[in-house]
Ligand binder design. Structure first.
Ligand SMILES: Nc1ncnc2c1ncn2[C@@H]1O[C@H](COP(=O)(O)OP(=O)(O)OP(=O)(O)O)[C@@H](O)[C@H]1O
Length: 314
């Protein structure tokens, strides 16, 4: 195990506290758990979410326990059943519930952060999913190195490493891990990208991981500047925005400010069609009695006197 020490880019966390590792028992998070356990002996706790979605879930827990026993790492397991709401895919619901469960476990064991095993190949796949869906800059920025959710910091220290590097490392010490059977299921977009698109892309653009990571960084920087501009505009027009002052901005600046306002206050993202409709209703709203009413995500944006308001569902 000695060679695992200091070998991995784990510097993004303050490890004076306990470190949580989101541990699926797959190859990537096994590499992460081994690296973390070697770097911070006695301070790592593995957090496993039993989805109950797959028949194999019990087998994942058994492997997780055996790996943790071998490494002398405490394992916490929580069972969840993620129901997906209308318009949400089962995978999105499972991911949402997983992050909540991980955050709750981290708070319970007093871990200062949770590390995730996502790597450079996940990053590339995420970028192509966003591109295929016609995403804007937030989507093309792909995954950031860290984010806070449910009051817990989640870090992705392995975004610069390929999955092959991680798998080779795990194999080199003979550590067992599970292969998630759903990773090869061609019904999932991510798996089709991995199996079909990426080999062709790699053939055309050798070194594509670094190039795409660069594009994602450019997108993230540009998005950050747009966020700053939105804050400047919202400082001037108010939160919630005053309709008359919104109307003085050009449409693209209105939509930039409105997206920021909706994200920060209601955690919702308007689709392109919803934003176009909202802009046209704002433009038409020139008289005292004029209404604004437009569905955004699961709620509505409405006029409330001189301002806009977001109404979540009852
Ligand atoms: N059931 C789970 N319990 C705890 N953490 C999980 C679970 N599933 C995924 N994760 C975390 O989220 C990261 C990304 O999830 P993803 O579904 O891409 O990984 P995976 O293929 O299931 O597992 P791995 O990354 O370990 O090979 C994982 O690296 C791991 O840190």
């Amino acid at each position: 195990m000695a060679q695992w020490s200091q070998r991995w880019p784990l510097d993004l966390v303050d490890a004076r506290v306990r470190v949580g590792v989101a541990f699926s028992a797959g190859a990537d998070s096994t590499a992460l758990l081994m690296a973390a356990a070697s770097r911070w002996p006695g301070r790592v706790v593995a957090l496993h979410v039993h989805h109950g979605l797959q028949a194999a879930a019990d087998h994942f827990v058994a492997q997780a326990q055996s790996t943790c026993d071998g490494l002398g790492v405490e394992l916490k397991v929580v069972r969840i059943k993620a129901d997906h709401s209308k318009g949400e895919s089962p995978e999105d619901a499972a991911r949402r519930a997983r992050y909540l469960a991980l955050a709750e476990m981290a708070l319970e064991v007093k871990a200062g952060c949770v590390l995730l095993g996502q790597h450079a190949d996940d990053q590339v796949e995420t970028f192509f999913i966003a591109l295929g869906r016609g995403a804007g800059l937030p989507g093309l920025s792909a995954m950031g190195a860290g984010f806070t959710r449910h009051g817990v910091f989640f870090g992705r220290p392995f975004l610069g490493l390929s999955t092959q590097t991680l798998r080779d490392s795990v194999a080199s010490v003979g550590q067992a891990f599970v292969e998630d059977p759903s990773n090869t299921d061609q019904r999932f977009t991510r798996n089709r990208i991995r199996a079909r698109l990426l080999p062709a892309w790699a053939d055309t653009f050798p070194g594509f991981r670094e190039a795409i990571a660069r594009t994602a960084r450019h997108a993230a920087q540009a998005q950050s500047l747009l966020g700053d501009l939105a804050d400047i505009d919202l400082d001037a027009i108010g939160r919630p925005p005053r309709i008359a002052q919104l109307q003085t901005l050009p449409p693209e600046r209105q939509s930039n400010a409105l997206r920021r306002w909706l994200k920060n206050t209601a955690h919702v993202v308007a689709s392109d069609a919803q934003m176009q409709e909202l802009l046209s209703q704002i433009d038409a709203c020139r008289t005292r009695g004029h209404h604004i009413h437009i569905k955004v995500a699961h709620g509505h944006v409405e006029r409330e006197g001189a301002h806009l308001a977001f109404r979540p569902p009852l």
